[in-house]
Design a protein around this ligand. Structure first.
Ligand SMILES: *[C@@H]1O[C@H](CO)[C@@H](O)[C@H](O)[C@H]1NC(C)=O
Ligand SMILES: *[C@@H]1O[C@H](CO)[C@@H](O)[C@H](O)[C@H]1NC(C)=O
Length: 367
């Protein structure tokens, strides 16, 4: 068709010289034919362009902007390929933007719903392998502490309580106690033993004891506060809480925010098996980095509140929780096997275990 048009116009020029009416008529007819051919040609090429654009759009949805650009087919395709590569790259590497983003942005994205489970202790899951791994883990010190608080039990059957905090000079706690900036949270369930809290209050700590059994909402005795609150791993449903007079159960992160406390130097928890879910909540909500030392009594005679699965699954879950602390640079410096409690592990007398251990960790990232 490209050749047909110039040939037609050349014929028109040659015939103009003769001048006869018949030939003029013939010329007009030829001209009309030429025009028609030209029209068809231009319409055809327009269709071809449209078809080309459609084809591009089909190949890469969302890139029709490039398909409309002028130019021959080959460069247009190259352009499209480039765009598609770009799209694929950004989809395959979602971390590229996180790395460059300010910490505020990446923090917002770290919402966690589950702790990371450690691999099974053995290729075929077995309770004894899981139990022995956990028991070995909780009886192995990861960091030595030269100066601990006084009144720790020297023998396993001592009446003294094993609440150990590390007062080594290289850690910040001892200095914060001297400058009376230390803050201790004590979670318990109406336990009468107050010796540890009193001695910490007398050594320069502001002590907050959470005890749902007291009557007034808050009591202050010197540096020792009592709050009629109990710590949970979830906030109560407001609809239910409204009907309960003494419903004052909150997550630790919520209490920290309510009290305007950004950090706690020591968190002591004696929660009769609620400690596992509370610890999980502190890890998932990233509250643990705000705590300097952890003193937890852990219970292993039953899975604990809202911990489900068969026995090996439960022990693996406990172990994974403690490993999460280690990953956050907490180091175990004190471990106490309580022989005054029943020697039971998941309802069995087995593994030479006690139902109750007291463990203390230092957060080595604590400033
Ligand atoms: C416990 O449950 C886990 C996961 O559901 C399973 O893989 C494992 O074999 C079970 N262990 C025993 C001892 O039944
Ligand atoms: C059982 O535990 C006790 C106290 O921790 C320890 O003295 C004893 O050696 C253990 N027995 C065995 C067989 O491991």
């Amino acid at each position: 068709m490209r050749l047909a048009a110039p040939c037609c116009c050349a014929a028109k020029e040659r015939r103009l010289g003769k001048g006869s009416a018949f030939r003029l008529c013939l010329l007009s007819a030829t001209l009309l034919l030429c025009l028609q051919l030209l029209l068809r040609y231009s319409r055809g090429s327009a269709n071809a362009k449209l078809l080309g654009a459609d084809a591009v759009a089909e190949h890469s949805p969302g890139t029709s902007r490039n398909g409309k650009a002028n130019g021959a087919t080959a460069p247009r395709r190259r352009q499209v390929t480039y765009v598609r590569n770009g799209l694929r790259r950004s989809a395959a590497e979602p971390t590229c933007c996180l790395q460059g983003a300010p910490p505020h942005n990446s923090r917002r994205k770290t919402i966690r719903w589950h702790i990371d489970l450690q691999p099974w202790a053995s290729p075929i899951p077995s309770l004894s392998k899981e139990a022995l791994r956990l028991l070995k883990y909780i009886s192995t010190i990861q960091m030595s502490c030269d100066h601990m608080n006084k009144n720790l039990p020297e023998t396993p059957d001592s009446l003294k309580r094993p609440w150990a905090v590390c007062l080594d000079d290289r850690l910040n706690l001892v200095h914060r106690m001297k400058s009376k900036q230390c803050r201790l949270y004590s979670l318990g369930l109406g336990d009468d033993d107050n010796q540890f809290e009193l001695s910490m209050a007398n050594s320069g700590c502001e002590v907050h004891r959470f005890d749902p059994s007291i009557k007034p909402a808050h009591i202050q005795e010197g540096h020792l506060w009592y709050h009629r609150l109990s710590i949970d791993w979830r906030d109560p449903n407001p609809a239910i809480a409204a009907h309960k007079l003494h419903a004052s159960t909150k997550k630790l992160g919520t209490i920290l925010n309510d009290f305007g406390h950004h950090e706690i130097d020591i968190l002591k928890a004696d929660m009769e098996s609620a400690e596992w879910k509370i610890l999980e909540n502190l890890i998932l909500e990233d509250v643990v980095p705000r705590i300097g030392q952890l003193v937890f009594e852990i219970h292993v005679h039953w899975p604990g509140f809202e911990v489900s699965g068969n026995d090996s699954t439960v022990v693996r879950y406990w172990y994974s929780l403690l490993k999460e602390l280690e990953l956050k640079d907490f180091r175990l410096f004190y471990t106490y096997k309580d022989l005054s409690k029943p020697q039971i592990f998941l309802k069995r007398e087995a593994f030479n275990a006690s139902s109750c251990y007291t463990l203390s960790w230092v957060n080595t990232r604590w400033k």
